[in-house]
Structure formats: C-alpha cells, structure tokens
Design a protein around this ligand. Structure first.
Ligand code: SAH
Ligand code: SF4
Length: 425
C-alpha cells in the first residue's frame, strides 16, 4: 500500500516537470581585461569617454563620432577613426578594445544558411574565464537576409520539444553581447558600407542582413532590459540601422512583459503558441501553467500598434499526433479571431532523445489549408540549414543523421516561403 502511494506520488511528480530552472549566474567583468566598446548604448559609450577624462561638454559630440565608426562603419581598429584626435585615439586603445565575439566555427549549408559558433568574452569564474558559447544563424532569402540571434546562453524554460531547454548552463546575455552577434555577422559577410561592390555607401541599399529574429537560444522576455538596450543599438539610424519593423522578438508567452516590449521596444512580436488547449500547452510549454492561453491572447490583443500591416506571428510547431489534427487547426483559427495575425507552421526539428516526431507532410498541408481558408497566411517555415543543424530547436545539438523525410523536405523545399524573414517590409 505504502509502495503504491509512493509510486503514485512519484508518477504525479514526474508528470509535472518544473516550469523553469534557476539560471547559474550573472556575468561579471574580469578584472584587468579591457572592455570592448562594441554593442554599447550611446549612453554607455559616453560614460566610457567620461571615464577617460573627456570633458562633459565634449563627450556627446565625441561619442557621436566614435559611434559612427563602430556602428555604421564597422571598424576594428581605433586608428581608422580619422576625425578623432591622435591623443584620444591612443587613450581609447589603451583603455578599451573593439573586440567582437570570437568566431569558433562557421558552417555553411547547401542552401546558403550559415551557422556560427561564437564565443563571448570571458565573464569570470563562472565560465572558468573561457567565455560562453552561443550560436547565431544567417538565413539568406531572395529579397532579404535574416539573422537569428540568441538572447541567453541556454534557456531556463523547459519546453518539452526544444533542445535548448535541456541545456544546463544558463545565463542572460548582456545587451552588447546581443548586438555583437549582428556585428560579427556583418564582419563575416562583408556587410559594412563600402565593403560589397555595387552596394550603396549609405548602407541603405543592398545590405545582406536586413532582418533580425530573436529565435536563437533563450527567452528574450526573461532578459528584457538587455534586449531593449540591444534593440535600441541595432535600430539606431546612425548606426546599425535596422528598422524596428524588421526585428521580431519571439516569446514562449511571458505575459507580464509583453506590453513593455511593445511600448519600449516597438518590435514585431512572435508568440510560440504550439497548442490550442491549456491541458496540452501545459506539457509543451510549461510556462503556460503560469500564463494560460486566454491571458496570453489578451496580452496579444492589447499589443500596441497592431494593424493588418503589423501583425503578430503565431508559431506552431507541427508534432505528429499531438497538436496537428483538423480540430486543432479550426480551434486555432477560432482563438485568434480579431487579432491581426499570421500563423507560421514549423516542421518539428528532431534532436537526439526528443520525444516527438514531425507531422507528416500531408498533415501539415491539410492543417495549413484550414488555416489559409480561414483567411490567414499560413506559410510553412522552410526548414533551413538542416544539414548543418541550424534549424529551430537544434541549436547546440549533436550531429545526427537526417531522416529521409527531413532530407526530402530540405531538398524540395516545403512549398512555402521561408519564415525567418517574416517582418513586414
Ligand atoms: N524562447 C523563445 C525564442 C527562441 S525559440 C520562444 O520560445 O519563442 C524559437 C522558436 O523555435 C520557438 O517558436 C520555439 O518554440 C521553436 N522551437 C524550439 N524547438 C523546436 C524544435 N525542436 N523544432 C521546431 N521548432 C522549435
Ligand atoms: Fe526556451 Fe523557447 Fe526553447 Fe522554450 S522553446 S525552452 S522558451 S528557447
């Protein structure tokens, strides 16, 4: 009897995984290691100049000049700052660096997708002075190029279909570490003004990275202060210059932070919905137990600035026999009624040890048809870069053999436009 109730209790406990893990640490500066000026906000850059003894009345103008060199030109050497005096340049070079994250490796997919393993600057004892590693993916498309960035090292959340959620080491990325992913990508691609033949020197025309999605590792709304700082730097018209309408932040549904993202970040919003009933969503996205579907959709309805030209993207991963029935599709359409929305169906990307399978292609097509007939664009996210494991939820996973169907989908395309570049022009 005692054994039976123990077993029952144990089963019950294991059926309810924790919503989240505790992050391991916060990064801290390593004493004696010069800080990079790459990715800093304007205010932080000005502080760095004041710390060097630049007078307050001069600091704004100086910060503006240096900002231009770092964020518009993408220079890697203080010497290139031709309108900055010799003395100040020497001071800058003594106290700071223009260091980017180290590119540990690059993989290029047959479809042109590139995945970089980036090592951040060391953050002290917590990472044994080695620096955390994150992945960043560039997905070229016919009319745009999308960079998928990470907001955290790992993720504290525990979505059952996501490999990143199984990673133990978790910390927030600092704002500059988020921005530095874009800077490193531009370096790798030769995507600074004047670097590409035939490109407009103003940087307006012909940029390779035109869109950003926060769909790499981590939950951006658990690191909102740093994400907001990064949005500010990445979208500054006198610097990296990406319009906020071309930056999409994806969240698993951190309801209390959604309105702040809208009000202060003014970025496009994507919601990882994945299920239309709380009972199922509780198991796929355990955060749903805290913020159930109705509350999440209420926050979506209130998101500032929504219109048909500025819609919320709902991501829906297609899991065979789990969330992919006709009834699920019809309920999805019913739930989203009245919200300017687009729906992205994501073929599930398997990873070693994952408990799910991707829905069959015919099922995905049928699901997509129901959604489409209800008036929603329902592109199936083309699985990009599968041969280099750069697709969603595969970041940091071990190499594995592609299943035959995955390979077929990759080679033939999934029949619809790629998703990543989803923000409206
Ligand atoms: N944490 C945020 C953003 C990063 S995840 C979020 O959850 O929205 C980016 C997208 O990839 C999310 O929609 C996520 O649900 C999806 N995803 C995660 N693992 C996946 C997998 N194995 N196959 C397909 N999509 C996956
Ligand atoms: Fe974290 Fe998003 Fe993965 Fe969930 S799907 S574990 S929130 S990265």
């Amino acid at each position: 009897m005692a054994t039976a109730s123990f077993d029952t209790a144990r089963r019950a406990a294991s059926a309810v995984p924790p919503i989240e893990k505790t992050p391991d640490f916060r990064p801290e500066p390593v004493p004696g290691r010069p800080v990079s000026l790459v990715g800093l906000t304007r205010a932080a850059l000005k502080e760095k100049l004041l710390a060097l003894g630049v007078p307050e009345r001069e600091s704004r103008m100086r910060a503006g000049q240096i900002w231009h060199w770092i964020n518009f030109r993408g220079i890697t050497d203080f010497d290139a700052m031709t309108n900055v005096g010799k003395g100040l340049k020497a001071e800058l070079a003594r106290a700071y660096t223009l260091e980017r994250p180290e590119v540990v490796s690059q993989q290029v997919s047959r479809d042109g997708t590139r995945k970089w393993l980036l090592r951040m600057a060391p953050t002290g004892r917590h990472d044994h002075n080695r620096g955390a590693e994150i992945e960043c993916v560039y997905i070229p498309g016919p009319d745009r190029g999308t960079l998928c960035v990470s907001s955290q090292v790992g993720c504290t959340l525990t979505c059952s279909f996501c490999h990143t959620g199984t990673q133990r080491l978790v910390r927030n990325l600092e704002g500059p570490e988020i921005v530095a992913q874009l800077v490193a990508a531009r370096d790798q691609l030769g995507d600074w003004p004047g670097q590409m033949p035939g490109k407009d020197a103003s940087g307006e025309v012909g940029r390779l990275v035109t869109n950003i999605v926060f769909m790499g590792m981590g939950e951006p709304l658990y690191n909102l202060d740093n994400v907001l700082d990064a949005l500010g730097v990445m979208s500054d018209p006198e610097g990296l210059g990406l319009s906020r309408r071309r930056i999409t932040v994806s969240t698993s549904g951190v309801v209390p932070q959604i309105s702040r993202l809208g009000a202060e970040g003014n970025a496009m919003l994507a919601i990882s919905l994945h299920a239309v009933r709380d009972e199922l969503r509780d198991t796929l996205v355990p955060l749903n137990r805290k913020y159930p579907i109705a509350e999440l959709l209420r926050a979506c309805r209130d998101y500032p600035g929504l219109s048909n030209a500025r819609r919320i993207t709902f991501e829906y991963v297609m899991l065979k026999g789990v969330n992919d029935s006709d009834a699920d599709a019809r309920e999805l359409v019913r739930l989203l009624k009245g919200i300017p929305a687009k729906i992205n169906l994501i073929p599930f990307n398997p990873w070693p040890g994952s408990a799910y399978e991707c829905s069959d292609w015919e099922r995905i097509e049928r699901f997509s048809e129901i959604v489409f007939n209800a008036g929603y664009a329902s592109p199936v996210r083309t699985p990009r870069g599968r041969d280099i494991l750069a697709a969603c939820g595969q970041l940091k996973s071990e190499t594995e053999k592609l299943r035959a169907r995955a390979r077929m989908m990759l080679e033939e395309g999934m029949g619809a436009e790629g998703f990543y570049a989803d923000a409206d022009d």
